[in-house]
Ligand binder design. Structure first.
Ligand code: 13P
Length: 256
């Protein structure tokens, strides 16, 4: 069985003091949750402190983005190798907020994905449709385009060392979660697209759900066979809420 992953994407939130308290509470709460992998992705300036505080913790650390370049004159950018050097295991690439605000297209995201893997990080590739795409029946077209950019550039075998996160844009930060049926349909679709290239890679691929996942709706989503965890925004900033989701994932795994 795929090991579930619950990852917190803190986005542009936190402070040294608040992070210390949140991480201490999370570290206490996740002890004994070995059936599920847990990660936090704080803003880049906090990565080193986060890694240091979690030195003896099962909680892994990830970046929220990386450059597609290795090094050089790219003001403000952070190379995947730098994230690796400071102790990251994961990096989110292609988050919809960056696709929208920084105009990252799928080809660029695919280059970031490759840069992350070249540095030894596990990319968490975000895909997902806008509300107007869903309403126009274009969900599968949009998700395919985002996925194919990586499949074409990196090859299906690269997904063996990666995680995909399905995040319907209309569900992010809106309190409007995809229903379990809506999520299940897209997760199954993603796995089937990968299976066309390589069934074994598809079977092993972790596909997370993201978009207003909270402790009280996590169980319904995580019980579904193709949902292998969550990428959590708002609820990852609250120790109790995030732990509730981790516990829901542990319970879902225990039920098989
Ligand atoms: P929310 O959980 O706040 O909806 O954010 C989801 C997300 O964008 C995680 O990357």
């Amino acid at each position: 069985m795929r090991k579930a992953l619950v990852a917190g994407n803190w986005k542009m939130n936190g402070s040294l003091t608040a992070n210390r308290e949140l991480l201490a509470a999370l570290d206490d709460a996740v002890q004994g949750s070995d059936a599920v992998a847990v990660a936090v992705c704080p803003p880049a300036v906090y990565l080193r402190d986060t890694v240091a505080q979690l030195q003896n913790s099962p909680i892994a650390v990830g970046g929220q983005d990386c450059s597609d370049e290795e090094a050089g004159a790219f003001t403000g950018e952070i190379a995947a190798g730098m994230l690796k050097e400071v102790g990251c295991e994961y990096v989110i690439v292609g988050h919809s907020e960056r696709r929208a605000r920084q105009h990252e297209d799928s080809a660029w995201v695919a280059r970031k994905f490759a840069a992350a893997q070249a540095a030894g990080l596990v990319p968490i590739l975000c895909v997902g449709e806008q509300l107007e795409d869903r309403e126009a029946g274009r969900t599968e077209t949009v998700v395919s385009e985002q996925l194919n950019a990586v499949l074409d550039a990196a090859g299906v075998a690269a997904l063996d060392r990666a995680v995909v996160a399905y995040e319907p844009v209309w569900a992010i930060g809106t309190g409007r979660t995809a229903t379990p049926d809506q999520a299940a349909e897209v997760h199954a679709f993603i796995r089937s697209r990968v299976a066309r290239h390589d069934p074994a890679v598809a079977e092993g691929l972790r596909i997370l759900y993201g978009g207003s996942m909270k402790a009280d709706n996590a169980a319904g989503l995580l019980a579904l066979p193709d949902i292998d965890g969550g990428l959590i925004g708002g609820a990852s900033l609250d120790a109790e809420a995030f732990t509730g989701i981790v516990n829901a994932a542990v319970a879902a795994r225990a039920r098989g």
